[in-house]
Design a protein around this ligand. Structure first.
Ligand code: PHE
Length: 457
């Protein structure tokens, strides 16, 4: 049974618009998990794992989720709940005008991520529909080329954006919360079922060892560490104010520490389980070379190939897989658009519907570029990964050094173990996290320059 949440609604700053609140605690958690779990877990995580050396990446990713992801999420939650504002206003209110730049960066990042995220989600929808109508194509590599060229990717991108805009314009409680409540458990069940199915495939051993047996030298690589950090921010929806915005609809009774841990654990669970689907399948089907190419399409080439070879069962499993992926993508996209929408509502005092539709249309137009050009898509993904790291540093410095008494906000509603660790977490946010994030920013920035050179040079 969901606990009824605090129903007292605070007046929204000077005007009389009332801030919406979550209907239930479970609703908030599902929406936040829905934001975290998406293409980042199933498309980006396996793709980065295969690029970043396999199991070493996985180990560093787990470590970073625990030591950086959870404190950073707690930091975003405390800023959001303290101010009950979306990112730009929140940083301005607590920190003064200059800090609002962290909020602006977050809105811009959300805007840019959604523009290409929606394109990938469009491919996912198309694969699902094709699976139902005609089955998966016999030559998956060539088919991926077809899927991503011409007008069709734009049409699927439009369709996906239309769904996202509709949910966000209906609002926090009716739209986002209800959708997550139904769709998230469905997603978990499907991915878990696929992992069990993958376990039964003959010849999958190499996949498991690539994924699960790290070598010590790779564990010491700073390259791997930086990439794992970028993936952790992306996958946990951190560094651009999504979690901050969701927490702005939260009451003072919620145990922020426990929620952060629950959300991070669920997100990790889905990503890890997705790896338990992807890598054994790749090994069993001899698709290692395709994935080694590490293009954005690795997943889309490898998995349909597997589904084809498995005949009728593969077709059913494949349809289920793409359905699960669509569900995860919708709930994440909703949170991306929510950041932009909530900022427009708070900054311009306009209605939710106009804000969501207006922002959504501009994002849809920007997304035409990545829909037409895979290099552009890859480049925006890299640029936004860097922005996320910058945003993560901004939030860390803000909560560590600028916010008034962050400890008080973190402790409100917390008890027992979760309350006792707050001082240590705050110490970590102040002194240790900047020391990790700054080198990550420098390293990711240098990588970005290389990427620019390859695309434009
Ligand atoms: N975390 C989402 C995913 O893994 C993507 C996302 C990033 C959503 C940043 C919101 C903010 O798919």
């Amino acid at each position: 049974m969901p606990d009824p949440i605090d129903v007292e609604v605070k007046k929204h700053s000077e005007d009389s618009i009332q801030r919406e609140l979550w209907g239930t605690r479970v609703g908030f958690i599902l929406a936040a998990v829905g934001s975290a779990v998406g293409l980042g877990n199933m498309w980006r995580f396996p793709y980065r794992v295969s690029e970043g050396g396999g199991a070493a990446f996985v180990v560093l990713y787990i470590a970073l989720t625990l030591i950086m992801g959870i404190p950073l999420m707690l930091a975003e939650f405390s800023v959001g709940r303290r101010t009950r504002l979306s990112p730009i206003g929140a940083f301005k209110k607590e920190g003064g005008g200059g800090w609002s730049i962290v909020g602006f960066l977050g809105v811009l990042t959300g805007f840019l991520i959604l523009s290409y995220y929606s394109v990938i989600a469009g491919w996912v929808i198309r694969y699902g529909i094709e699976g139902i109508i005609s089955g998966f194509a016999a030559d998956p590599a060539a088919h991926f080329g077809e899927i991503t060229t011409g007008i069709a990717p734009i049409i699927y991108h439009l369709a996906f954006m239309a769904v996202t805009i509709t949910i966000v314009s209906v609002g926090v409680e009716k739209g986002i919360e209800k959708a997550s409540l139904i769709l998230m458990p469905v997603l978990f069940a499907i991915v878990l079922g696929l992992a069990v199915w993958a376990f039964t495939l003959p010849g999958s051993d190499a996949g498991y060892s690539f994924y699960l047996a790290p070598s010590l030298s790779e564990l010491m690589s700073f390259t791997t560490l930086s990439e794992a950090a970028g993936q952790a921010f992306f996958s946990l929806s951190l560094g651009m104010g999504a979690m901050l915005t969701f927490a702005s609809y939260l009451s003072k009774h919620e145990n922020l520490n426990r929620e952060a841990a629950t959300i991070a654990a669920s997100d990790f669970g889905v990503a890890f389980t997705a790896g338990l689907v992807v890598f054994p399948v790749i090994a069993a089907l001899g698709l290692t070379a395709d994935v080694g190419e590490s293009t954005v399409g690795a997943l889309f080439i490898a998995l349909p190939g597997a589904f084809v070879e498995m005949g009728a069962i593969g077709r059913v499993v494949g349809i289920a897989f793409f359905f699960a992926l669509t569900v995860g993508a919708v709930t994440s996209a909703v949170s991306l658009l929510e950041v932009v929408t909530a900022s427009a509502i708070d900054e311009f005092k306009i209605h939710r519907k106009s804000a969501a539709i207006g922002a959504g249309i501009i994002i849809t137009l920007v997304g035409v570029l990545p829909a037409l050009n895979l290099n552009a898509l890859g480049l925006i993904d890299r640029i936004t990964e860097w922005f996320l790291a910058l945003g993560a540093l901004g939030v860390t410095l803000f909560v560590g050094w600028r916010m008034r008494n962050p400890q008080e906000e973190m402790l409100d509603g917390a008890s027992g173990f979760f309350a006792s660790i707050v001082p240590a977490v705050l110490f970590f946010i102040r002194f240790i996290m900047p020391l990790i994030i700054i080198p990550v920013i420098i390293y990711t920035g240098l990588n970005l320059v290389t990427e620019f050179r390859t695309v434009f040079g």
